[in-house]
Design a protein around this ligand. Structure first.
Ligand code: ASP
Length: 323
């Protein structure tokens, strides 16, 4: 019995030794997208994931784990093994705002190790194409006249789209009904189909539909027009001065991931973001690549921490609640 135990222990030691010696990455990596397929976070994940996989010599597969404004998918990664095979892609609302709204079972700073800041994009104020308004002022007037009938699509309480639409209501003194989805990918499909009236959603999700003439764009929530869509006015030009929202993305792993694995992942992000093909794809979606010094674990950590300090008091004061 004792010998059997000893033998098992030796086998255990040998197999741990083999596992530890395996170069990273030696198998498929999973990137957890906390929103539905086809939406803005999913799009960023697929562009960067495909290119990072080539840099690392392994496939990165996307797993969409949706619900509760991304807090379920992020929680999945918090509990995953810290071995570099499960990555958390998210953004300003999943890795900052959700901490002020949801009773999370994980800590957004302590339970994750940062890899790199990823591109950011503003939102577009968009509406279904049957709406008679031709510019933002007319849209606001139309919303005021019809607010008891109007619906706005969101990716759940506290998601970027929800916060954008809450601010839209506050800025314009209107109120309409929010309809939560598991991501703004499916919400955008309903806007195109005319089942929803309005949305504030990331340019990366709205622009393809605007270009296809499927939805109307009224303004970009930034002080500057998008190079990818210079015909869309800024909120300052269109009549909602100062209504700025920018959604930055980031990549994390579970806390305790070995430093050499983190370094390899960060290098793969940098290589990907330096690739002209990746740069072009992001630029077409209105996504701005962060400066190289922020494409680091330190850059993401400092940015996320500063954003938590800035936004939590604002979000808590706004009284936004989990649904
Ligand atoms: N990031 C989007 C939002 O918060 C949702 C999504 O990626 O589908 O509105």
């Amino acid at each position: 019995m004792r010998n059997a135990f000893l033998a098992a222990a030796i086998v255990g030691v040998i197999s741990i030794g083999t596992a530890a010696a395996e170069p990273y990455p030696s198998r498929t990596i999973t990137m957890v997208v906390p929103f539905a397929a086809g939406g803005p976070t999913d799009t960023v994940a697929r562009i960067i994931g495909e290119r990072m996989g080539r840099a690392l010599g392994q496939t990165i597969i996307i797993e969409n784990v949706t619900g509760a404004a991304g807090s379920i998918g992020v929680g999945r990664v918090a509990r995953a093994a810290p071995d570099g095979y499960t990555l958390s892609i998210g953004h300003w609302s999943t890795h900052v705002v959700n901490g002020a709204i949801y009773p999370l079972t994980y800590d957004l700073l302590k339970d994750f190790d940062p890899i790199s800041l990823l591109p950011s994009n503003p939102q577009l104020i968009v509406a279904r194409k049957g709406i008679p308004a031709n510019d933002l002022k007319e849209l606001i007037a139309w919303v005021k006249q019809n607010q008891d009938k109007i619906t706005g699509g969101t990716a759940g309480a506290g998601s970027a789209s929800h916060i954008g639409e809450i601010y839209f209501q506050q800025f314009t003194g209107t109120s309409f009904t929010f309809v939560p989805y598991r991501g703004t990918g499916p919400a955008m499909l309903d806007l195109v189909a005319g089942h929803l009236d309005i949305m504030c959603d990331q340019s990366s999700n709205s622009l393809p539909q605007v270009r296809a003439g499927q939805v109307k764009a009224y303004a970009v929530t930034a002080p500057k027009r998008l190079a990818a869509a210079p015909e869309i006015p800024t909120v300052d030009e269109a009549g909602l001065p100062g209504f700025y929202i920018s959604v930055w993305h980031g990549l994390w792993v579970p806390h305790g991931t070995p430093p050499d694995v983190i370094a390899k992942l960060a290098a793969a992000v940098r290589e990907s973001l330096a690739d002209p093909e990746v740069q072009k794809r992001f630029a077409d979606l209105g996504q701005e690549i962060p400066p190289v010094e922020q494409q680091t674990p330190e850059g993401l950590h400092a940015h996320q921490k500063a954003e938590i300090e800035k936004w939590w008091p604002i979000i808590k004061a706004a009284g936004i609640k989990a649904e």
